[in-house]
Design a protein around this ligand. Structure first.
Ligand code: SF4
Length: 339
């Protein structure tokens, strides 16, 4: 295994959906055998926007752990841990915040998106922007730098998110005239476009997602609601795959065999198949794909002690690395390493 370290995390805000799987987890599974991997359930990040409902966060930690493990994140290879079990991350966040200029934080483009998420009304949203939320880019930098992560998996459009952590690492190194923190680089991932059942971007908060943990019946019911070709009114009308908003793009992901795609296209455009039947067929493909993962998830969920053990082992492994980083950082900064 390469000595390079890769770090990524997810906020525990609920069960994960197909967008998380194809957008991140599938790549993590690929990376875990190539790099020394640190995958964090970033519960403090969830508090930046969930500060009024903190009790919701804890159960979601276990849901995320189940989702990760059932899809194939391997705790024997990767380090799976919970952010709040590694207090050194918080200490580094504090130390880094001392020399991070506040205008760096304010110019973060993702902050504007998060403010919008809090409230559509801009002035009401501003009321909810806490000191913690404003500081989340520093916390994110700390998540990566605590593990001296060299690579962070991102899509092409997210490269700017990493700029901040790179700037902070560079500033630390320059300030203390060291070459301690690597400037984390993007490990680009390719992500198929995955729309929610309403044709918008798939997202839990939009209530348009299909969860990894959904049952076959849940999946069928959701797929049946997918927006298809809006110009096709009656079953006897020929359909247009290029106008089919959700099922057809999903077929590209799940069909596997090109001849299946060709037959769906022919059947759609000749009106040999109606949209309902076509969607039921698609739901079958999705269910076939996720069936082994869902079975594994059910087995793991029936053994919560085992899941806890896996996560706690990961916490210990993560903490060992984090302790060393903080010891080094304190020394570099000329601070006392208290016994
Ligand atoms: Fe889409 Fe299938 Fe309907 Fe064609 S038949 S518009 S591919 S759902």
């Amino acid at each position: 295994m390469s000595a390079k370290r890769i770090m990524s995390g997810m906020r525990p805000t609920g069960r994960l959906h197909l967008g998380h799987y194809f957008g991140a987890l599938r790549n993590w599974i690929h990376f875990q055998s190539q790099y020394e991997s640190f995958f964090s359930i970033v519960d403090w990040h969830a508090l930046t926007t969930k500060f009024q409902n903190t009790r919701e966060v804890q159960p979601h930690i276990w849901e995320i752990a189940l989702d990760w493990l059932c899809v194939g994140i391997d705790a024997d290879v990767a380090t799976i841990y919970v952010q709040s079990a590694v207090p050194e991350i918080a200490e580094l966040h504090l130390l880094l915040s001392m020399f991070t200029p506040h205008n760096w934080v304010e110019r973060e483009p993702t902050l504007k998106d998060m403010v919008k998420m809090l409230d559509q009304d801009e002035s009401a949203a501003k009321e909810k922007v806490t000191y913690g939320l404003l500081g989340y880019p520093v916390l994110m930098a700390s998540d990566i730098l605590t593990f001296r992560g060299e690579l962070v998996p991102v899509g092409k459009d997210q490269e700017s998110h990493l700029e901040f952590a790179r700037d902070v690492a560079r500033r630390f190194n320059n300030f203390y005239n060291v070459d301690y923190f690597p400037e984390p680089k993007p490990e680009f991932t390719t992500t198929p476009l995955l729309k929610g059942i309403d044709g918008q971007k798939m997202g839990k908060s939009f209530n348009n997602d299909i969860k990894i943990a959904d049952t076959d019946d849940d999946t069928i019911a959701k797929v049946k609601k997918m927006i298809t070709d809006r110009t096709r009114i009656a079953k006897s009308d020929p359909g247009h795959t290029d106008l089919c908003e959700v099922p057809w793009p999903m077929y590209q992901i799940f069909a596997g065999d090109p001849s299946l795609l060709a037959s769906v296209k022919t059947d759609c455009e000749s009106a040999a198949i109606g949209c309902v039947d076509c969607k039921v067929k698609l739901a079958g493909l999705i269910n076939d794909y996720f069936r082994p993962m869902r079975e594994k998830r059910r087995e793991l969920a029936a053994n919560p002690g085992k899941v806890r053990e896996i996560v706690e082992e990961g916490n210990l492994k993560a903490r060992k690395v984090a302790r060393q980083t903080l010891k080094d950082v304190r020394e570099i900064m000329g601070m006392v390493n208290w016994a």
